[in-house]
Each structure stands twice: as structure tokens, then as C-alpha cells.
Design a protein around this ligand. Structure first.
Ligand code: PLP
Length: 423
């Protein structure tokens, strides 16, 4: 019998991330307790994936230990249990996003899968030659390539909203690019490569004025900012479970019910049908129409536990804490000789992307690793943005609420060491 991991309660969290700091929260994350290369782990690669609290690990273990069964199909006790837990997770996601209906929440494998679903279903069924899809210059490859694929097939065109030297969208250019040919605007809420928080309300309002739907890539927003899809008024919202302290291989596509109703299924198979003959298949209702095959049941339930965990802390509290941490880290890094921060938008989430003069980002990452500091080095699946800033790669430290000022001091100390090695 697995006992549920200790978890922070709403009451116990009254002073989390203020006053007592985050020491109590850190204890919920077993992976943070380890040493690497003999040094305490300083985990600053949260934009790639976040660590998991004990309660998420326990929820997944409990599912496999005592609830494991397939969903929606069985008449037996365990299947009912698994179905309830899986559908319960959907309700948690709906509440997390403040969506109107459970049927607007589709379980996917991640943000990439969610965007592909929209590209292949909405895109393929609606795009005609000469139509346009509008994205931005700071997109992750997963919000570029699916659109390129569908545009190529349909003879449509991908248009790109440019960004300024700080890494902010140029809104006048955006307005200029919107036209009767635009069939969808698909933009990132928070850039993984620059940390920019885009003015999505304005972006959505401008598109809606012309009746154009908007997809938000919320992969980097979900762990850091409170999201209300009704208030944002977005038409689609995609995010990944693993960046939100949940399991890998899980994700969500939120879609407005009236839009999803008109879209054809993206994949065929079990569960997405209500009747099949060799002549004709009648598709299932939402959201099952888009969930072909056995889903990642344990993953969805684990994601539900992650959402509960994050909500107990509160995203407003998380955002405020990380905002301070980002300012502190920006100050520390700015004092390092030869360091240039890439991405200096006025509105930023916890990403510190930078280059060190004359030193390749991979060397920076490797030396820091030996100091126990885990960051990312490379193009961050955003090659066009690297090109825009004239760099092949950056080193990137990315924050979560369990990071501390000491973590950032360890990063700065490591960077001084990198400079010494290459002096
Ligand atoms: N969009 C953004 C902004 C991201 O940062 C990422 C992952 O880093 C993705 C999309 C793709 O997410 P996933 O690999 O979980 O599908």
C-alpha cells in the first residue's frame, strides 16, 4: 500500500514563497535532493521539463498498483475506477483553465501533439490555396513545422510577425499582416527561448475583430501564469503536462466547443467512434472524437494531481515569486563580464537566455554541469529566433517556484568559473 506523499495544503501554504520562502515546497520534490558530480543539484532547466512533486509520483504509482484498467470500455470495478479518475482529471484541467465545458478539454501527448491536432484537423479542413496562417518570429518549432506541413499541402502561406531587438512582438506589423486571407493566428504566450510574455489579449482582440480564431501555445505559460481561457477569449490553448510538474507524454488541447464540433477527427481508431461499419463510421461526441486509442491514463491522472498541487500554492503567488527571482538573476548575470542576455522584453517570465562572449553555449553548459548546475544550451527548438539575434545558440537558465536566490548565485559563480577557464 502506497501512502500518499506529503503535500502542501492551501492553509499550510499561506506563507509559501513569501516569509518562509520555498524550503517547505522544495521538500516535496525528491529529485531536488540529489547531488550530481558530488555537488548539490541546482536545477535550472525548467523550461525543458520540470521536476515532479512526490504527490504526482505517488498518484501514478497508486494507479498502477491498484486502479490500473482501461477506461470507458469496461463494466468491471477497476475500469470504472480508472474511468472516474481519468474523467476527474479532465474536470481538474477544465477548472484550471476555467473552460466552460469538460468536452472542450482534449487529452494529448503534449503541446506538440495539441498543435498538430489543430493543424491537421482545423488546418487541413479549412485552408485553401492563397490562405494564410499567422505565427510569430519567436515560435518553438512545434508551432512552425505543423503549419508549414499543412500550408505546403494546401498551397497556403505562413506569415511571420516580426520582433524587435528586445524580443517583443511588433504589434503594428501584426495588425498590418492580418487580412481576409488569414485563417488562424497561432502564437506563443511565453517564449521558451526569450522569456517574453506576449500581449495575447491584444493579439486575440485584433484577430477577433476580423473573425479570425487564435491558438495560444501555452507550454511555457501554464507553469507560471494563471490562465483563464474565457477571460483571454482564445479559441485554442495548448500546453504540456511535463512542464507543469506532471508526467511526460501528457498534454492538453483546449478548444472552443463550437469550433471543435465543426472539426474532423485527426486520428481514427478505438474510442473516437460511436458506430463503425465497413461502409461508414459515425464519430463519437466531444472530446472523445479527438482521443483515438487507449490514452495515457496514468499520465492524465498524474497531471490532475500536478494541477491540484500547483493550485494549492496558487499561480498568482508563483508568478510574483518568480518575478522577483528573475529580477535578482538578471542583476547577477548582468554583472558577469562578456555576458549578453538575449531577450530583454519588458514583460518576461522566468527565462534567462544568454551568450558569453567567445565561448560556445555548449561549453558553458558543460562546465556548469560539473558545478551541479543544470541549464540548457542550444537553439531551444527555436532556430529562427536564434537567427534573428545572430547567435547559433544560447545558454538558458529557466526558473520554477522551487528555485531560490542561492540557485542563481550558484549559476553566477559557475559562470565566473567558465570565464576563468576561457581567460
Ligand atoms: N512550445 C513551447 C513554447 C515550448 O517551450 C515547448 C517545449 O519546450 C513546446 C511548445 C513543445 O512542448 P512538448 O515538447 O512538450 O510537446
Amino acid at each position: 500500500m502506497i501512502t500518499p506523499g506529503r503535500q502542501v495544503t492551501e492553509e499550510a501554504c499561506q506563507d509559501c514563497l513569501v516569509g518562509s520562502g520555498n524550503e517547505r515546497l522544495r521538500q516535496d520534490f525528491p529529485a531536488l535532493r540529489q547531488k550530481v558530480h558530488g555537488k548539490p543539484l541546482v536545477y535550472l532547466d525548467n523550461a525543458a521539463t520540470s521536476q515532479k512533486p512526490q504527490v504526482v509520483i505517488d498518484t501514478i504509482a497508486r494507479y498502477y498498483l491498484s486502479e490500473n484498467s482501461n477506461v470507458h470500455r469496461g463494466v468491471h470495478f477497476l475500469s470504472d475506477l480508472a474511468t472516474q479518475a481519468y474523467e476527474g482529471a479532465r474536470i481538474r484541467v477544465r477548472q484550471f483553465l476555467n473552460a466552460t465545458h469538460d468536452r472542450e478539454i482534449i487529452f494529448t501527448r503534449g503541446t506538440t501533439d495539441s498543435i498538430n491536432l489543430v493543424a491537421h484537423s482545423f488546418g487541413r479542413s479549412r485552408l485553401r490555396a492563397g490562405d494564410e496562417i499567422l505565427i510569430s518570429a519567436m515560435e518553438h518549432h512545434s508551432n512552425i513545422v505543423p503549419w508549414q506541413m499543412v500550408c505546403e499541402e494546401k498551397g497556403a502561406r505562413l506569415r511571420v510577425i516580426p520582433i524587435n531587438d528586445a524580443g517583443e512582438l511588433i504589434l503594428e506589423e501584426y495588425e498590418r499582416l492580418l487580412s481576409d486571407r488569414t485563417k488562424l493566428v497561432s502564437v506563443v504566450y511565453v517564449s521558451n527561448a526569450l522569456g517574453t510574455i506576449n500581449p495575447v489579449r491584444q493579439i486575440i482582440a485584433l484577430a477577433h475583430r476580423r473573425g479570425i480564431p487564435v491558438l495560444l501555445d501555452g507550454a511555457q505559460a501554464a507553469p507560471h501564469l494563471r490562465v483563464d481561457v474565457q477571460e483571454l477569449d482564445c479559441d485554442f490553448y495548448a500546453f504540456s503536462g511535463h512542464k507543469l510538474f506532471g508526467p511526460t507524454g501528457t498534454g492538453i488541447l483546449y478548444g472552443r466547443a463550437d469550433l471543435l464540433e465543426t472539426m474532423p477527427p485527426y486520428q481514427g481508431g478505438g474510442d473516437m467512434i460511436s458506430a463503425v461499419t465497413f461502409e461508414k463510421t459515425i464519430y463519437n461526441s466531444l472530446p472523445y472524437k479527438f482521443e483515438a486509442g487507449t490514452p495515457h491514463i496514468a499520465g492524465a491522472i498524474g497531471l490532475g494531481a500536478a494541477i491540484d498541487y500547483v493550485q494549492r500554492i496558487g499561480l498568482d503567488r508563483i508568478a510574483a515569486y518568480e518575478h522577483d527571482l528573475l529580477a535578482y538573476g538578471t542583476g547577477l548575470l548582468s554583472a558577469i563580464p562578456g555576458l549578453r542576455i538575449i531577450g530583454t522584453a519588458r514583460e518576461k517570465a522566468g527565462v534567462l537566455s544568454f551568450v558569453l562572449e567567445g565561448i560556445h553555449a555548449h561549453d558553458v553548459g558543460t562546465i556548469l554541469d560539473h558545478e551541479g548546475v543544470a541549464i540548457r544550451a542550444g537553439h531551444h527548438c527555436a532556430m529562427p529566433v536564434m537567427k534573428r539575434f545572430g547567435v547559433p545558440a544560447t545558454a538558458r537558465a529557466s526558473l520554477a517556484f522551487y528555485n531560490t536566490r542561492e540557485d542563481l548565485e550558484a549559476l553566477a559563480k559557475g559562470l565566473h568559473k567558465v570565464n576563468e577557464v576561457f581567460a
